[in-house]
Design a binder for this molecule. Structure first.
Ligand code: SAM
Length: 261
């Protein structure tokens, strides 16, 4: 996969060169190109912002540098990518989820446009919509200073799903949000630490029992920490034992979906 990021702080994205994603780039699994928006601003101060029409606080990112930067990215993408995806991080976008990470990991290229100040002049999104598939995406319901931290989180979540990036692909299957539930608690040696013991079942060597215990823990943890993930969930994947645990936790199956009783 090829990823292009446009930002006024290219150095902000430096951590993406480390660890698993750094190795993925060395191995040719991921190409990450970070572009400085100011390289497309040609006045003496390389200005990228101006006051908002209609008044109000703060500054707005000017359209001209964005148009030139995105044109340059488009020109450098393979001709085969007719309408690449442009992610515009924004607290006013759809919320980023593991499901969206999986969807975006299928794309051959992704371009990210990091806003700053009060955001990017809306006409850039209109113009880009004729050339890219534009998706405003939010990291969550809070406001960051700029899009860079959001891009780092999204690129890491997407990048680790690319084939070959995570050593053991099994670890992607069981983790939180892969099947709508949170992951079960995990333990390592020693089996007893400061008076806290690893649950007996994990030492039993009985893989069937361990799998059942882990599944139950997933249900209990999800109900306790993120009950909204269960309400309305498709119940077809839950067997008799799981439904019994869910009933104990306060969830019934109604018309194939989970409801709180
Ligand atoms: N005035 C904007 C609003 O209220 O929607 C917020 C602008 S914010 C200070 C500056 C930039 O940070 C945004 O353009 C966006 O790129 C990024 N940003 C802030 N919060 C974000 C979030 N929750 N998810 C993704 N990007 C965010």
């Amino acid at each position: 996969m090829r990823i292009d990021v446009v930002s006024i702080f290219p150095e902000y994205l430096a951590p993406l060169k480390l660890s698993l994603l750094g190795r993925a780039q060395e191995d040719g699994l991921l190409q990450l190109d970070v572009h400085d928006l100011r390289d497309f601003a040609f006045d003496r101060h390389r200005t990228v912002d101006d006051t908002p029409y209609g008044g109000g606080a703060g500054m707005v990112m000017k359209p001209e540098p964005w148009g030139l930067a995105l044109e340059a990215v488009l020109a450098s993408l393979e001709a085969a990518e007719r309408r690449p995806t442009l992610i515009v991080p924004s607290p006013a976008g759809e919320v980023f989820t593991q499901a969206l990470a999986y969807e975006l990991a299928e794309e051959p290229t992704l371009t990210f446009a990091c806003g700053r100040y009060e955001g990017i002049d809306e006409r850039v999104l209109e113009w880009a919509g004729e050339r890219f598939r534009v998706r405003p995406v939010s990291l969550g319901d809070y406001v960051l200073n700029g899009g860079e931290v959001a891009v780092m989180a999204m690129v890491e979540a997407i990048g680790r799903l690319l084939p070959g990036v995570v050593g053991n692909p099994e670890s992607l299957v069981e983790e939180s949000h892969s099947d709508g539930l949170l992951e079960y608690p995990v333990y390592t040696k020693p089996s007893s630490w400061r008076g806290h013991d690893v649950p007996e079942v994990l030492l039993s060597g009985n893989h069937g029992l361990i799998a059942r215990w882990r599944r139950e823990q997933q249900l209990r943890r999800t109900a306790g920490r993120r009950p909204e993930l269960l309400v309305g969930a498709d119940a077809s994947g839950f067997g008799r034992e799981e439904r019994a645990v869910l009933a104990e936790l306060g969830y019934d199956v109604v018309d194939g979906r989970l409801e709180r009783h």
